[in-house]
Design a protein around this ligand. Structure first.
Ligand code: WTA
Length: 663
């Protein structure tokens, strides 16, 4: 037998063993060095709740110490550490410089075209100060909302920290969102300042981003001052219009200038982040300075096991909450080196991520299941080209990960040497809520794990009673936590309505947070999150409201009605399926299909582009006239439809089914 055959037999055996294995223990070598390795932490948090959260707050430097850990007098408008004061920029930068770590790398940035930039903590200190002074000069005052519409360039976290330094909340709008989406968010927040960029690279092409920003600004109903980062130089020339400034000019003009970090109350807003909900209008999730920063620092410490000397990499985009919490605020609060990558994982080739891991000797990699599914599809030959032995810990976030993808990640990226943390959380929760602690718990692929210490997450039935182990139900969070959203910006009613009415008992002042996810729980209290139970889709880990997509589609001339659902997709998890009824006088055509796709791209962005547009003369409706979305989902997934006789128009189902199958 040749060596080759032995190897491949060994490989087959290993695959077979992994396929059957349901539980994995963290490697001893990891446990020995873990920030948290004692399981007594669960009990300690339980016995000492809510004061246990002082441990999170202790990871920060406070200007004014707090006395009150939790103020629940106005629930569900909870306050955390409310009589303390601090500054997030000071905590993420100055204190590390003061501790003699000015030369440590804070940000390692890798451009798509393989350019690199490193900012030490001293570099970050200098540039954040200079830009903060520049912002003040432009007229930005404490509590003014500054909108950042930027791709993955270092100036994005710098601008966030400059805003934090002067107490101006930022509202980051994902660069892949459309001009319309930008305008809606700026109008909603009355934001009078925009920081954006001329363009960026995608798969080697220079994209014009400023044009989108300019288009968006035309729909903003108030005056805006704009700062433009010149990312592309001569590749794309741009002109500064009125009320527009060049980032480098502003920073150069403030060379050496400093601004004292503004002392913020713990409950002052650190940032606003718009996210999708059930209605067409995005929700402005408000996060605060003390509770949020404590919570992301604590979870980065306990779950991501971040150490100051690490090179840590969360391969998300800062335009989403994952990037806010675990590229910028968590890692920098702990004084580690955080990695930023501008581009896509398959450019110039499908080993780009592994090349970066090797190049920077990355210790921890945190990414999304959709990326892992793509890596699996591309095959292990890509990671095998690189030395990934620097990795100590792997993480995933954003959607459920199926056991096969988990095991592939564990084996082919982690060489069976790294724990994998599957972390469940949301824009609203600020940070991780349900996950194993990598130095403590057994891992069960497919199941996120138990709630974190101090977090009370349950799985309940429609009445709010806990379900038996193994049964599906709804996820709830039955106690507040420091990283929680405080409200929806300027919409307290919607905040209470969306999250706190389903399972709370207002009369007895019992407040239960409803994340709108389905879940199962096992005998060990491990929770498997099944996905959204509202009309929100999860496409490649991106959260999209079906209503937002539907309203974009019905805005296209020729469309009378539309229903959007998620269909299963091998890599994206879910894909957008749009069922469309045309107006009288219009017929199904390739041209109309194209207009629909463009309509969605214009209203939201390419991430929401429909995978399938299915023209149909009718939509299946109940007798009361409600569209049966579940049925449309089943049709998209070619599932058995069961009994459809209760529909008002059962005949339509066969027609639609035939269409989907023929497409
Ligand atoms: C889903 C992203 C299963 C869930 C941080 C949630 C997950 C929504 C997981 C929030 C996970 C996130 N397992 N599902 N580990 N993590 N989700 O606000 O449906 O963009 O409600 O926050 O993603 O998406 P959001």
């Amino acid at each position: 037998m040749s060596d080759d055959t032995t190897d491949s037999n060994g490989e087959v055996e290993l695959e077979a063993r992994l396929a059957e294995q349901e539980e994995f223990e963290p490697p001893e070598s990891f446990v020995e060095q873990a920030n948290v390795s004692d399981e007594s932490i669960y009990e300690e948090f339980e016995e000492d709740w809510p004061d246990c959260w002082e441990r999170a707050a202790d990871l920060l430097d406070w200007d004014e110490e707090y006395d009150t850990v939790l103020d629940d007098s106005d629930a569900p408008f909870y306050e955390w550490f409310s009589d303390g004061t601090l500054n997030a920029s000071y905590n993420c930068i100055d204190r590390h410089v003061e501790a003699g770590r000015k030369n440590q790398a804070a940000i390692r940035w890798e451009g798509e075209l393989e350019e690199t930039r490193t900012y030490t903590y001293q570099d970050l200190y200098r540039e954040v100060n200079e830009f903060a002074v520049a912002l003040r000069d432009l007229g930005v005052e404490e509590d003014d909302v500054v909108t950042l519409y930027m791709p993955m360039v270092p100036e994005l976290p710098i601008a966030m920290l400059a805003c934090a330094r002067i107490g101006a909340p930022h509202s980051v709008v994902f660069a892949g969102f459309s001009a319309d989406a930008l305008a809606t968010r700026m109008n909603s927040a009355d934001s009078e300042f925009l920081i954006t960029c001329d363009g960026y690279y995608r798969r080697g092409d220079a994209l014009n981003h400023k044009q989108k920003a300019d288009e968006g600004l035309r729909d903003v109903d108030h005056e805006v001052q704009t700062v433009i980062v010149d990312r592309l130089g001569d590749e794309l020339t741009h002109f500064l219009g009125d009320d527009a400034y060049d980032y480098d000019d502003l920073v150069d003009a403030q060379q050496g200038e400093r601004v004292d970090p503004v002392e913020r109350d713990a409950e002052d807003m650190l940032f606003l982040m718009y996210t999708s909900g059930t209605t067409g209008e995005p929700k402005g999730v408000k996060h605060t300075t003390g509770g949020y920063l404590s919570y992301v620092a604590w979870t980065s410490h306990a779950v991501l096991d971040v150490k100051p000397e690490d090179t840590y990499w969360c391969a998300a985009d800062i335009g989403w909450i994952t990037g806010h919490s675990y590229i910028v605020y968590g890692p920098l609060a702990l004084g580690t080196t955080t990695t930023m990558y501008e581009g896509t994982p398959d450019y110039p080739d499908k080993d780009r991520l592994w090349e970066i891991v090797e190049k920077y000797a990355v210790d921890t990699l945190y990414t999304a299941p959709t990326a892992i599914r793509a890596f699996m599809k591309w095959g292990e030959k890509y990671p095998e080209r690189h030395d990934l032995s620097s990795l100590r810990l792997l993480g995933t976030v954003g959607e459920p990960i199926n056991p096969r993808a988990w095991k592939w990640y564990y084996k082919h990226i982690g060489s069976e040497n790294c724990p994998v943390v599957d972390t469940w959380w949301q824009t609203e929760t600020g940070g991780m809520m349900i996950t194993t602690l990598p130095g403590v718990n057994t891992m069960k692929p497919g199941s996120a794990g138990p709630p974190l210490p101090g977090v009370d997450a349950r799985v309940v039935d429609a009445e709010g009673d806990e379900v038996e182990a193994g049964e599906a139900g709804y996820l709830t969070v039955n106690r507040p936590w420091p990283g929680m959203l405080r409200t929806l910006y300027r919409n307290d009613d919607r905040f209470v309505q969306e999250y706190w009415t389903e399972y709370s008992d207002e009369d007895s002042d019992e407040w239960v947070y409803f994340p709108e996810d389905g879940a199962k729980i096992d005998d060990d209290d491990y929770i498997t999150v099944l996905g959204r139970v509202d009309d929100v889709l999860n496409v490649s880990g991106h959260r999209l409201g079906t209503m937002e997509i539907e309203s974009a589609i019905v805005g296209v001339p020729g469309v009378a009605e539309a229903a959007v659902v998620g269909g299963d997709h091998e890599v994206k998890g879910e894909a957008v399926y749009a069922y469309v009824i045309t107006e009288d006088g219009y017929e199904e055509s390739e041209e109309l299909r194209q207009k629909i796709v463009e309509g969605v791209e214009d209203a939201i962005g390419p991430i929401a582009r429909p995978e399938e547009v299915i023209f149909t003369p009718e939509l299946p409706k109940t007798r009361s006239g409600k569209i049966m979305r579940r049925l449309l989902e089943d049709i998209a997934n070619e599932n058995d439809l069961g009994d459809t006789s209760t529909l008002r128009n059962p005949g339509v189902v066969d027609d639609i089914q035939a269409k989907v199958q023929s497409d």
